[in-house]
Design a protein around this ligand. Sequence first.
Ligand code: IPE
Ligand code: IPE
Ligand code: MG
Length: 253
Amino acid sequence: MIAVARNQEQTPSLLPERVPRHIGIIMDGNGRWAKARGLPRAEGHRQGTENLRRIIKACVEFGVEILTIYAFSTENWRRPPLEVRLLLNILETVIDRELQELHDNGVQIRHIGRTEKLAPALLRKIHDACEYTKDNRRLILNVAFNYGGRDEIIHAVREIVKAGVPADDITEDMLNQYMYTSGLPDPDLIIRTSGEIRASNFLIWQAAYAEYYFTPTYWPDFDREQLLEALWEYSRRTRRFGKTDEQVKPGEG
Ligand code: IPE
Ligand code: IPE
Ligand code: MG
């Protein structure tokens, strides 16, 4: 059963059951990519969005079911106002330009993150894009925009308190239901580009048992082959979830 031939000649193949169902990507390094080329940061962000289109296609090709991308964090408001404006504009532009193609490729768009602080016009655009694509089933694309993991947990706790949930009813399952990712499986694999080895407040609740993959490549250069490399490495890892090797690999050894 060959899902993906990693490299036709020298490699074995990825088995479908070893392809992560849910991948999160911290798309980092746009600014440094641009700086290394003597270009403005804006050009790095532009190339970053171009790359996103390629990676979404590759995820569809490899059979990934859910892709969560970190596009703008609750901490990114601390950047210089001009850059913040640019990043907010990019989302609008990307929706305008890519929506139809994403729809045609069976991508369902969802937003995770705070809606407060986002301009009404942008919110409407996000809402319309989610509505337009809501019946698509090939890939769920969660766009983490104005997203922070701690902020998400605070939001969930507030909603739980508002709903008057008794303390004894609070379980992991119920907290899951109050997260922005409610109804979706936890991420199996989180990729971060640009050489930074940290979570930066991304899916900190959901990633409790995710596998992490870090690469020095800046986001605009992280291509299909490198995604395949990450999937390949993921497929060789043993996920124990607290158990022993013997428990999770019955029949081996
Ligand atoms: C990632 O690239 C994009 C966002 C955080 C929105 P950066 O803009 O963080 O690029 P670097 O880390 O400065 O190189
Ligand atoms: C994380 O990248 C946020 C996104 C990719 C949207 P940052 O570049 O903001 O992260 P830090 O501040 O270096 O940790
Ligand atoms: Mg960065």
